[in-house]
Ligand binder design. Sequence first.
Ligand code: APR
Length: 171
Amino acid sequence: MKLEIIQGDITKMEVDVIVNAANCTLLGGGGVDGAIHRAAGKELLAECMTLGGCRTGEAKMTRGYKLPAKWIIHTPGPRWRGGKHGEPELLRNSYANSLRLAAEAGCRTIAFPSISTGVYRFPLADAEKISVETILNFPENTSLETAYMVCFDPVTLQAYEDAHMTLKSFE
Ligand code: APR
């Protein structure tokens, strides 16, 4: 699967599915979660209320409603607690479970935000490696063709571009 690192607003992405950095209630919040709920409209919250929440690192799928994207995958990433509480594994699970759900739904294109590196304070330098590695190591024999990492600011963009360059140089 191809990985494109771009700067932008994930709610504008014209892809099959966008991923939401949610919390375990799946009932909305601030950051990208708030932006996605605002852009998708209130029907999204209505569907989320039927899902019964979601455990950290797991993922659940809803329709995209008013978004250009057909679907939304909601995954609560880990809150950073120093790195000794399974945070890296949980973040890896968030990316892997989102990719798995997207592939099962036959999606060809998927857009991610930088999960957990905002309110949840996961260090960017660690999160970028985990996400780029998980995306690039996802099995090739699925419907997924292109993944976009949609960075909201230049600092995040630079961090992901560096990680992507480093990993590609090992290919
Ligand atoms: N498009 C793309 N990325 C965005 C957007 C957007 N419209 N808005 C924010 N971001 C970026 C942030 O700049 C950050 O790099 O998404 C990344 C993740 O930050 P948060 O949204 O704070 O998510 P996270 O750190 O995973 O914390 C999740 O915050 O919003 C609440 O309900 C959410 O409780 C949950 C927690």
